[in-house]
Design a protein around this ligand. Structure first.
Ligand code: IMP
Length: 440
């Protein structure tokens, strides 16, 4: 059995904890898109691990793979691996030879382009990690792949082709200072050293055949999506998106496995019990009152990677319906139910109103989405309590109003509820069904 875990909103749904929880039954955890723009916090007892590239399951000894759909900043990757080693772990991480490398100039150009956008509305609010420029180079056939790092002549000729173009772009279009980030010799030396380490540690694989082989050996594979459906470059609120495909289809092209390996398995959509967004873009249920500040305060509402304040909104069913459909979600996990405790009243956006029409999914243009007015259902609140006790006692120990809230969402999406998160630790999740276990 294989399981794919995806974000159903805009990222930051708490996928890390769910991957960590269900990943206990996986033999391999694979990331299929994105790079170090992701931020997963995994909590184990008193230990907290903040991961950006290393697949979450690695913390518990599972093999982690970065598929060809990822863009890999090797400096971040090795830093993370080294930090995990210092904490006594032995991370087993493999990287697809087809994955593209995020280079220092990608980061410079990402930030320069954002800074050059003088109209606030055009600014995507990227994480500044060079993700967009790295995918641009991949699509433009001028990127550098992981496997090329161990072929010095090829690597040098690729750099000699691309770097002068990037330097001109930086200097002439964006007027930024270039330095080692745009120096062929410096880049060559750094990348060669990364290539040597990847080779020494036997980290480079053909991800598709590696995973097919593991499946033949009856290993359980977990495909870990980063970010969320609504910042998917194809299915999200373009242009306020990341440059990859966090949706479940990305797990196929981003690893090189057969579509069957994903579609025959379970696809778990992770949902945060409210809505939040780091960066620009439409958000019809955005709250601007003191409830938003209260919630932001409670949930530590700042992005894991960028530290920016999250925009906060009420749970938005149209976005979830869309995510369930696009991903083929077979079960949902609703996180952060504890965060809503103690509020005076709760709301869920049932549908939008746009030009006199009722919409149950977002419109396809971002401009129209910005104009949508939310139609709300109100829900009775619940109090804060000892959530650890709730987890021990199980689903029925959740406050009655919280159960009514999550069951309403599950019914509205016509999708079973697999888990309810009531705290950041993987042990603070009430599990109703483990997708790796056969349905009983
Ligand atoms: P980029 O992926 O750095 O290019 O950023 C593009 C958009 O995706 C921005 O709005 C970011 O805030 C958003 N984004 C990227 N990664 C994450 C994530 O892991 N969680 C939430 N938002 C993200």
């Amino acid at each position: 059995m294989n399981v794919t875990i995806v974000g159903s909103q805009l990222g930051d749904e708490g996928k890390g904890g769910i991957v960590d929880l269900f990943g206990e039954d996986a033999d391999v955890v694979v990331r299929y898109q994105g790079g170090d723009n992701a931020g997963h916090t995994v909590v184990h007892g008193d230990e907290e691990y903040k991961l950006r590239l290393v697949p979450s399951g690695v913390v518990r000894g599972t093999t982690g793979v970065l598929g060809n759909g990822c863009v890999v900043n090797l400096e971040t990757l090795f830093e993370e691996i080294d930090r995990l080693c210092e904490r006594g772990l032995r991370p087993d991480v493999r990287v697809s030879g087809r994955a593209h490398v995020v280079l220092p100039y990608h980061r410079v150009l990402d930030r320069a382009e954002e800074a050059a956008k003088n109209d606030e509305d055009l600014r995507v609010g990227t994480t500044g990690n060079g993700i967009g420029p790295a995918y641009e180079d991949k699509a433009g056939r001028r990127g550098i792949r992981v496997a090329e790092l161990s072929r010095p002549e090829l690597l040098r000729s690729r750099l000699e082709y691309v770097v002068p173009k990037k330097r001109r772009l930086a200097e002439e279009i964006y007027g930024v200072d270039t330095g080692d980030a745009f120096d062929v010799d410096a880049l060559f030396e750094t990348l060669r050293a990364f290539g040597d380490r990847l080779a020494d540690e036997g980290m480079v694989v053909n991800a598709g055949s590696f995973l097919a082989e593991r499946e033949r050996e009856s290993d359980a594979i977990l495909f870990e999506g980063a970010q969320g459906a609504h910042i998917d470059v194809d299915h999200g609120n373009y242009p306020f998106v990341t440059s990859s495909n966090p949706t479940a289809g990305g797990a196929i092209v981003g690893t090189g496995v057969s579509p069957r390996m994903v579609s025959d398995g379970e696809i778990v959509g992770v949902v945060k019990a409210y809505h939040s967004r780091v960066g620009s873009g439409p958000m019809p249920t955005e709250m601007v009152d003191e409830t938003a500040s209260e919630l932001r305060e409670k949930v530590g509402g700042f992005g894991t990677v960028t530290g920016r304040a999250r925009r906060i909104g009420w749970l938005d069913l149209p976005t979830l319906r869309y995510a369930v459909r696009v991903n083929g979600v077979t079960g949902i996990a609703i996180n952060h139910v504890d965060a809503l405790a103690g509020l005076d009243e709760l709301r869920i956006c049932e549908a939008y109103e746009l030009d006199g029409e009722r919409l149950i999914e977002p419109p396809s243009t971002t401009a129209a989405w910005e104009q949508c007015a939310p139609e709300y259902q109100t829900f009775d609140p619940w109090d804060d309590r000892d959530w650890t006790k709730v987890v021990v006692e199980g689903y029925d120990a959740l406050p009655e109003n919280a159960r009514a809230y999550v069951e309403y969402v599950s019914d509205a999406l016509d999708t079973p509820l697999y888990a309810v998160g009531v705290g950041p630790d993987r042990d603070e999740t009430v599990v109703r069904r483990n997708p790796f276990e056969p349905a009983g």
